[in-house]
Design a protein around this ligand. Structure first.
Ligand SMILES: [Zn+2]
Length: 261
């Protein structure tokens, strides 16, 4: 199995901007030229992807930015975020993608392997990253994702909600963005106006039209397709106008890397 990394890397956008699937609103992640996604069962049901917040330090051979991840305890303590709040924000982030396309997420039962493991970086850098592993031997035209990791830098300061202070990132926004990578989306070339954009900003806290189109391109419409593309963010989630147009620096600094363990 080959390991590839989809970090929060602005460089990736420019490097792959010629991708035909880059509509400007969304971009399908390509790893070594392959699209990837969680493989759906053959019974027409949505793929159920399991996730888990790690409960002890774990090491993932071949991963890049999330090679060693651990519990969120230190991150939560330093940022005054409760475990219940963090779990709630993570669940809300998964729920957004679940509402957008035919893919479902469930917390993995105790003692079982999860498809997506989530935790704090042991070797802190950047802000947040996702590592995506896929099955290179698969004959499928879109290769199956076999595992994904999401990690946050515990030395940064995190929060719940927007307040215009771009030196602290909102957990929900961050989780939504990283989960987007973990299901096969890249940063759209425009870089803004979507949660999958490469900049952290506080203008909207829900998936945008391009984010949703990207998820549908990979997984199809949700089975109960009642969701229309949002006209605007839900009330109460908008940042203050005075801060709305300021952008934080890019989320990550590393270039795209590929490794073959
Ligand atoms: Zn990113």
């Amino acid at each position: 199995m080959r390991t590839l990394v989809a970090g929060l890397v602005g460089l990736l956008c420019s490097a792959l901007s010629a991708n035909a699937q880059d509509t400007g609103l969304f971009k399908i992640l390509k790893l070594e030229g392959h699209q990837v996604r969680w493989q759906a069962p053959h019974n027409g049901e949505p793929r159920v992807v399991t996730y888990r917040i790690v409960t002890e330090q774990e090491e993932f051979a071949g991963a890049r930015n999330c090679r060693k991840i651990t519990r969120f305890d230190g991150l939560m303590a330093d940022s005054n975020v409760t475990p219940a709040a963090l779990r709630s924000e993570l669940a809300a982030a998964f729920a957004m993608w679940e509402a957008a396309a035919s893919i479902s997420f469930r917390e993995a039962p105790e003692g079982t392997q999860a498809d997506i493991s989530i935790g704090a970086q042991v070797e802190a850098e950047g802000w947040a990253f996702a590592d995506v592993f896929y099955d290179t031997a698969s004959p499928l035209p879109i290769k199956p994702i076999s595992k994904a990791l999401v990690c946050l830098n515990p030395l940064r300061r995190w929060k719940v909600g927007f307040d215009g202070d771009l030196s602290r990132y909102d957990l929900r926004y961050t989780f939504v963005h990283e989960i987007g990578h973990a299901i096969g989306l890249d940063h759209p070339a425009g870089g803004g106006d979507q949660i999958m954009g490469y900049r952290y900003e506080e203008r909207f806290r829900a998936l945008q039209a391009g984010d949703i189109r990207g998820a549908i391109a990979l997984y199809g419409k949700p089975r109960q397709a009642t969701l229309n593309e949002p006209q605007s963010s839900p009330a109460g989630t908008q940042a203050q106008p005075s801060s709305a147009r300021r952008f934080a620096k890019r989320w990550g600094t590393r270039g795209f890397t590929a490794r073959s363990p």
